[in-house]
Design a protein around this ligand. Structure first.
Ligand code: DHK
Length: 143
């Protein structure tokens, strides 16, 4: 059974203490646990990096081995042509996930490049959005 990839961008390793009024106090490790519970029997890779190229390489691994991607590109959502180009090569479903509702925040967060290739976008459900995204991805893969 092909894996699902959960890929997280910069500063998400600081969840728990990072702007808790926006992101809550849950840690990335706790979010990983939420994802694994939602993934059930579906094998899952969970990654986080502050480096663009590392994220590109995980997308390349998903291209070769993955059934679907949940990606929170974080700040790279709005800037990274490299991650966008990598995602364009992925043939499976892609769910873009933001903990916060980026459309209710500063204008710099309103235009995600990743949204132009994502199958779906989830933003504003808080950390629980990850479990929602994994469940939705499992349904999309089943199709
Ligand atoms: C996380 C970030 O780091 C920001 O750069 C995004 C996203 C929002 C989130 O809500 O998960 O703008």
């Amino acid at each position: 059974m092909k894996q699902i990839f959960i890929i997280n961008g910069p500063n998400l390793n600081r969840l728990g203490t990072r702007e808790p009024e926006i992101y809550g106090r849950i840690t990335l490790a706790e979010i990983e646990t939420l994802c694994r519970r939602a993934a059930g029997e579906r094998p899952m890779r969970f990654h986080q990096s502050n480096f663009e190229g590392e994220i590109v390489e995980w997308v390349h691994e998903a291209i070769d081995h993955g059934a679907g991607i949940v990606i929170n590109p974080a700040g790279f959502s709005f800037t990274s042509i490299a991650i966008l180009d990598a995602l364009k090569m992925f043939s499976g479903p892609i769910i873009e996930l933001h903990i916060s509702n980026i459309h209710r925040r500063e204008a710099i967060y309103h235009r995600s490049l990743v949204s132009t290739v994502a199958t779906a976008v989830i933003a504003g459900l808080g950390p629980n959005g990850y479990a929602t995204a994994v469940n939705a991805l499992r349904d999309l893969i089943r199709e």
